[in-house]
Design a protein around this ligand. Structure first.
Ligand code: TRP
Length: 337
């Protein structure tokens, strides 16, 4: 039975190894929630990953690892469609059509490309990195997604998706749903524990600021306890003057569901050490079962691969239909059966 729920689609790159707390609280947790209210499609975007050099053995392992962590975080293959991008060949096929619709100037204005290519040295970026956003456009349009849950950094790619969907529809007739960005809440933004002025990320200056969900829980507790605060002693949410303490409070609040005001009241008159000790405990309680579940999937790659194959089959049914329509509209001669 076709679903009447709005459709969401999102993707995550299999490049990080362990998810970190920022990925989880900023995105993955929302993905899990959306599978209850939406017809949700989620994928591990391995084709996007190879826009920069990847070690083949690591890429394969990281693709399974990303899928295992998504399942461990609560994605349920009965409630959503979880798959690996390269298992659905229509992504690359529709991307070609979109490449032929996108302007060179338009693609050149993508700020993420500019940032990433600068990092690899001007002139060293691949053509794949340049057309990365166009592949993302294809990812989204193939599923006729209504909403795309992403971070603010992806807004420009969603705008491009809308532009290309409109252009295609205008030129060839109504074909694609024009999706809306579903920008994940700013409050879910998690900062580096050692430098709360920067977002928690894999490329942080020191590993002490980064909570990897698959770290040994003892390491996690230690990192929380050595988080940077300030020389004051008051436990109060004030991102401007107390970014470190505020970050700890928002992590605490998101993991426990307790309101920040409630936490402020609870810790009134207490020391930073008390807050850190309690948060470390909350964190360890969260990461321990997450690690166990992830490991269970990794220990049984056959089951994991079967789940992904089923997901790809479901995804492909939708993608193939959209691609056939798009090929037809463009005027490609169908192969005779
Ligand atoms: N570019 C996205 C990111 O880096 C990942 C991605 C690829 C994606 N395809 C997508 C996100 C389709 C949403 C929809 O986060």
């Amino acid at each position: 039975m076709p679903s009447t729920r709005p459709r969401v689609l999102s993707g995550i790159q299999p490049t990080a190894g362990s998810f970190h707390l920022g990925n989880y609280l900023g995105a993955v947790r929302q993905w899990v929630a959306l599978q209850e209210s939406h017809d949700a499609f989620y994928m591990v975007v391995d084709l996007h990953a190879i826009t920069v050099p990847q070690d083949p053995v690591e890429l394969r392992a990281n693709t399974r690892l990303a899928a295992a962590q998504l399942l461990a975080a609560g994605l349920d293959p009965e409630r959503c469609t979880l798959f690996v991008q390269s298992h659905v060949p229509e992504h690359a096929q529709l991307a070609w059509i979109m490449n032929c619709l996108a302007g060179f100037g338009e693609a050149s204005r993508m700020t993420q490309f500019k940032d990433k290519s600068a990092k690899h040295g001007a002139g060293n970026a691949t053509v794949g990195l340049f057309t990365y956003p166009i592949l993302q456009v294809a990812d989204i349009l193939l599923y006729q997604a209504n909403q795309v849950p992403v971070g603010e950094d992806q807004r420009q790619h969603i705008e491009l998706t809308r532009d290309l969907a409109d252009r295609f529809n205008g030129r060839f007739g109504e074909t694609f749903t024009v999706p809306e960005p579903y920008i994940l809440k700013e409050t879910a933004k998690i900062y580096d524990l050692q430098d709360p002025s920067i977002k928690m990320s894999k490329s942080a200056s020191t590993p002490k600021g980064l909570i990897n969900l698959l770290d040994d829980p003892k390491t996690t507790a230690k990192k929380v306890k050595s988080a940077v605060t300030d020389t004051d002693t008051v436990i109060k949410y004030d991102t401007e003057n107390k970014p470190g303490v505020s970050n700890l409070l928002s992590i605490y609040s998101t993991l426990t569901g307790k309101a920040i005001a409630e936490l402020e009241a609870e810790y009134e008159g207490k020391m930073y050490g008390a807050l850190k000790t309690d948060l470390a405990e909350v964190m360890v309680e969260f990461v321990t079962p997450f690690r166990t579940r992830t490991q269970q999937y990794l220990d049984d790659p056959e089951t994991l691969d079967s789940l992904l194959a089923k997901g790809a089959e479901k995804a492909r049914a939708v993608a193939a239909e959209t691609l056939a329509t798009a090929y037809d509209k463009v005027g490609l001669l169908p192969a005779k059966h």
